[in-house]
Design a protein around this ligand. Structure first.
Ligand code: HGY
Ligand code: MN
Ligand code: MN
Ligand code: MN
Length: 411
C-alpha cells in the first residue's frame, strides 16, 4: 500500500466545490453551525459519502459519519479520520473542510485500490467546531467524547437567540444515533496549520504534538447611560471606557508575556449604541490561549483581578461568564512518530509542532489515541477568505493521511 496515492483531482475539485457552498449576498463564506448554509454543505458532503459507497450515520448532535466496513472487519473499532465543515464568518475554504474531504478521499482511494483493512475506516464531520454561533467550540466532538451531555449541548442558546437542538431539527440533522455510538480505535485529523511556522521554515508536514489550552469568557460591564455633552468626565460611569481598558490590558499583557500567551477580543457591543450617549453597557468576549495550563490560569487570574479593580474604582459592575474552557492536550506519541515515518518515506520534510488553534482532535483525544497532520498556510492566514494552501501541499498532506490510515487500519 506504500505506493498508493489519493485521486488529487477529485480532492481538489471537492474542496473548491464545498468552498463555493454557503456564501451570503456579499459572497462571504458563512456556513455557521446549524444554519441553512451549514445544511447546504452537510447535504453536499452526505451526497459524496453515498457516492463513495459508505454507510452514512448522523448522531443526535448532528455529527456526520461515513463508515467503510465489511463482514470481515465489522465489529472491530474503526480508525476515524475527521474534522469539521462548519465555518467562521467570512471564512477561508480549507479550515476543517480540507480534513473532512481528505479523510473521505483517503478512504475512497483505499477502497478503490482493493485495500482490505483489518478494521473499519470512518470519516467524521463534527458539528459546531467553530463555536461562532453556539458555545463551546469543538462542541460536536466534545459531546461525542462524552465531555458534555448531548441534551445540555442541544439546549445551547446561540448568539442569535436560537436553540441548537431546534436548529438541527429544522435543518434535518438531528440524527438518531447516540453520541459515542462509534468508538474509534484511533483518530487522525488533517488540517491546514492556520499559522506561520511551516511556511516560514519551508517544512511540508507538521506532526502536531500538542494543542494549547483555550479559555473563552463573555464579559458584561454595566455603567450608566448619560449625555455625552453635559456629563463631566468625573461624573461618568462609562462602560465603554471600562471595556477599552480591559482590551488594552489584555493586549499589552499578552504582548509582553515571556510565554506564547495570546489574547483576543473578537466581539463587542455597546448599548444603547448612540453617538451622543455614554455607553450604559459593554458586552464583549475574551479568547485566552496558552500551551501551558499554569500560565493560562495566571492569565485568567490577572483578568479577574482587573475586572475586580474596575468594579471597585470605575463605578461600573462587571459580570464574567465562562463560554468554553479546554486544557492543553498532548497527542498520541505513537501516531505522531508514525506521521513522521510516513512523511519521511514520502521524502517530505516534517517537524513536530504545537497547534495554536483548537481542533476536534483535542476532544477525541479523551477517548482514543489521536494525532494531527498540518500542511502550511500561506502567510499564516486563516479565519479569513485569504486563507490559502497550494494544491501540491494539499495533495501531499492527504497522501500522508492515507498512508497513516492504511497503517493504523492494517491490524
Ligand atoms: O477557535 C479555534 O481555534 C477553532 O477554530 N475553533
Ligand atoms: Mn478548523
Ligand atoms: Mn477554525
Ligand atoms: Mn479548529
Amino acid at each position: 500500500m506504500s505506493n498508493l496515492t489519493i485521486n488529487a483531482d477529485r480532492l481538489l475539485r471537492r474542496i473548491d466545490e464545498l468552498g463555493s457552498i454557503g456564501r451570503d449576498a456579499q459572497g462571504r463564506l458563512v456556513r455557521v453551525a446549524a444554519s441553512d448554509m451549514d445544511r447546504l454543505g452537510r447535504d453536499r458532503l452526505v451526497g459524496w459519502l453515498h457516492e463513495a459507497g459508505l454507510e452514512v450515520a448522523v448522531d443526535r448532535i448532528g455529527n456526520i459519519f461515513g463508515i467503510w466496513q465489511d463482514d470481515a472487519n465489522a465489529g472491530q473499532l474503526p480508525v476515524m479520520l475527521g474534522s469539521h465543515i462548519d465555518t467562521v464568518i467570512d471564512a477561508g475554504i480549507y479550515d476543517g473542510c480540507y480534513g473532512v474531504l481528505s479523510a473521505l478521499e483517503a478512504i475512497e482511494s483505499l477502497k478503490e485500490a482493493g485495500f482490505a483493512p483489518a478494521r473499519p475506516l470512518a470519516v467524521a464531520a463534527f458539528t459546531n467546531e467553530e463555536g461562532v454561533r453556539y458555545s463551546p467550540d469543538m462542541m460536536g466532538s466534545l459531546v461525542f467524547a462524552g465531555g458534555i451531555g448531548v441534551d445540555e449541548a442541544l439546549a445551547a442558546v446561540g448568539t442569535d437567540g436560537s436553540v441548537l437542538g431546534k436548529e438541527l431539527e429544522r435543518i434535518g440533522y438531528a440524527g438518531r444515533h447516540q453520541p459515542g455510538f462509534l468508538k474509534p480505535q484511533s483518530y487522525v485529523e488533517l488540517h491546514v496549520e492556520q499559522g506561520p511556522v511551516l511556511e516560514r521554515e519551508g517544512i511540508a508536514i507538521g506532526a502536531v504534538e500538542n494543542l494549547q489550552g483555550i479559555s473563552w469568557q463573555r464579559i458584561t460591564i454595566e455603567g450608566q447611560a448619560n449625555h455625552a455633552g453635559t456629563t463631566p468626565m468625573s461624573m461618568r460611569r462609562d462602560a465603554g471606557v471600562a471595556a477599552a481598558r480591559v482590551i488594552g490590558f489584555l493586549a499589552d499583557r499578552a504582548g509582553a508575556s515571556p510565554t506564547p500567551t495570546v489574547a483576543t477580543v473578537g466581539t463587542i457591543a455597546f448599548e444603547p449604541n448612540a453617538i451622543n450617549v455614554i455607553p450604559s453597557r459593554a458586552t464583549f468576549t475574551v479568547d485566552l490561549r496558552d500551551p501551558d495550563e499554569t500560565h493560562l490560569r495566571e492569565e485568567e487570574a490577572a483578568l479577574a483581578a482587573l475586572l475586580d479593580d474596575l468594579a471597585a474604582g470605575a463605578g461600573v459592575t462587571v459580570q464574567a461568564e465562562s463560554l468554553a474552557r479546554f486544557e492543553p492536550v498532548t497527542l498520541d506519541a505513537g501516531i505522531v512518530s508514525l506521521i513522521e515515518e510516513i512523511a519521511g518515506a514520502a521524502g517530505l520534510s516534517c517537524r513536530r509542532i504545537t497547534s495554536g488553534a483548537g481542533h476536534d482532535a483535542q476532544m477525541i483525544a479523551r477517548i482514543a489515541p489521536s494525532a494531527m497532520i498540518f500542511v502550511p498556510s500561506r502567510g499564516g492566514i486563516s479565519h479569513n477568505p485569504a486563507e490559502f494552501t497550494a494544491a501540491g501541499e494539499l495533495v501531499a498532506g492527504a497522501n500522508i493521511l492515507l498512508g497513516v490510515a492504511a497503517r493504523l487500519a492494517a491490524d
